[in-house]
Design a protein. Structure first.
Length: 68
């Protein structure tokens, strides 16, 4: 009985962790989609380069998005 309870708790924890990871990935995908350099300039954005990081696009509305 004790082993079954421990297995149930482990399974519940793994399920919860998986749901949290999926939610975090979905939120990231919804909040900052990647765009190309051409799409950035076509939208009126400015490409900015940061040392040791990817280039980003600063859009006129004040948001920034990573460039693919």
């Amino acid at each position: 009985m004790r082993m079954r309870r421990m297995l149930g708790l482990a399974l519940a924890a793994a399920t919860l962790a998986g749901a949290s990871a999926v939610g975090a990935v979905s939120a990231e995908a919804a909040s900052s989609p990647n765009i190309t350099r051409d799409e950035c300039t076509a939208a009126g954005g400015q490409i900015t380069a940061r040392p040791y990081a990817n280039e980003t696009c600063a859009l006129p509305d004040g948001t920034t998005q990573p460039i693919t």
